[in-house]
Design a protein around this ligand. Structure first.
Ligand code: PLP
Length: 374
């Protein structure tokens, strides 16, 4: 049923959800309808748009199992949310933040920008300890204020054990920040279970939405620790009262949203999350993992020609499968796949495949057969 929502050109094999995903039909329709409504009626029905906006917050709450949608802000992207955290905290010179060495630039440059304040960014070599979690925790000391990690590493596809990290952070009074863009919509994430203080994810990857709109979870108890760096009408406690001079800031995560919401993106992402929640994260996770394991097994069976970069151990991968060819360069293989209409990416020192739950397994077999030819 949900598979009828995907109307990709049949000549295309789309294994690039870890970059920018295609939209489901209902999302394309929501955007077209919103455009028509704007052209015909302008913003006459704005209160309904605001209702869609609150529903989207509630959808994020459900996805993350947050206690309340007041803990959800709708921001521009993952990088903006990371910046809200990094530049909101009250740092002292000599404090440090711990990240891993496989992070996407957003989860590194934001922290490194704090060196202007005397804050050190410690970069753990994830492969140099028995587990990546042990590598991160080995870098922690009494001056560590934040541990920030992607739930799944964008290049290698390594999945982190968030509960272990979250527990360790809670015990040490360290804030735990999770960039979930490479897992939210593919894999379950429970902010209460893993003791996350902050979680952020843009909508254009596994959430099957447009670029430019992200969910940001900020645990209620830590919200006051983030000083505000942007100001405007929308973050006020009573945003509709333009004629008063009140400056009371919203007690909710809306305080991080300074001005007019991205209503077009909200309508689109609301439709995409509707599909994800209707399908159910348990089913999606199981199908994403089945697809990833089909690819991992297929590549392992071709070990004479391909080396896996993504770990095969259960619990250590999600939707991303990255590998390196032995007999040609990753660039040459990537080119060949592009010509054969396989959408994939060059990442993490190899070719990255990222199939979603609806990707037909016959297409994965077709791609594996392509890898046999040269
Ligand atoms: C782990 C990770 N974080 C952040 C981003 C970028 O996010 P945004 O464009 O929403 O800031 C990406 C994009 O590939 C990513 O893989």
């Amino acid at each position: 049923m949900t598979d009828a929502e995907f109307t990709l050109d049949p000549s295309l094999i789309y294994l690039n959800h870890a970059a920018v995903a295609p939209w489901p039909l209902r999302t394309a329709r929501a955007v077209a309808e919103f455009a028509q409504e704007n052209a015909r009626y302008g913003s006459r029905d704005y209160p309904r748009w605001v209702h869609t906006e609150s529903t989207l917050r509630e959808q994020f709450r459900t996805l993350l199992n947050a206690r309340h949608s007041d803990e959800i802000a709708l921001l521009k992207n993952t990088s903006e949310a990371l910046s809200v955290v990094a530049w909101g905290l009250d740092w002292q010179a000599g404090d440090n933040v711990v990240i891993g060495d496989q992070e996407f630039p957003s989860n590194r440059v934001v922290w490194e920008s704090l060196d202007a304040l005397g804050v050190e960014t410690r970069i753990a070599s994830l492969a140099e300890h028995a587990t990546p979690e042990a590598a991160l925790l080995a870098c922690v000391d009494a001056r560590t204020r934040v541990l920030s990690v992607s739930s799944v590493q964008y290049g290698t596809g390594l999945r982190m054990d968030l509960a272990t990290l979250g527990n360790a952070c809670r015990e040490r009074n360290i804030l735990f920040c999770v960039d979930a863009i490479q897992s939210l919509g593919a894999h379950r994430l429970d902010v209460q279970d893993c003791h996350a203080d902050f979680v952020m994810a843009d909508g254009h990857k596994w959430l099957l939405g447009p670029e430019g709109l992200a969910g940001f979870y900020c645990r209620r108890e830590v919200m006051p620790q983030l000083a505000l760096r942007q100001y405007g009408w929308h973050m006020l406690a009573e945003p509709g009262r333009f004629d008063t001079h009140a400056r009371t800031i919203a007690p909710t995560a809306r305080r991080f949203e300074c001005g007019s919401p991205n209503m077009l993106g909200i309508h689109a992402l609301h439709a995409s999350l509707g599909l994800i929640l209707e399908t159910g994260m348990a089913e999606i996770e199981q199908r994403v993992l089945a697809n990833a394991r089909l690819l991992l097994a297929g590549l392992a069976a071709r070990a004479d020609r391909y080396t896996l970069i993504t770990p095969v151990e259960p619990g250590r991968h999600a939707g991303i499968v990255t590998f390196r060819p032995r007999t040609e360069s990753p660039e040459a293989l990537f080119e060949r796949l592009q010509q054969q209409r396989v959408a994939c990416a060059l990442r993490g020192g190899g070719v990255r495949f990222s199939a979603h739950f609806y990707t037909p397994c016959e297409q994965l077999h077709t791609v594996l057969e392509m890898l046999d030819r040269r």
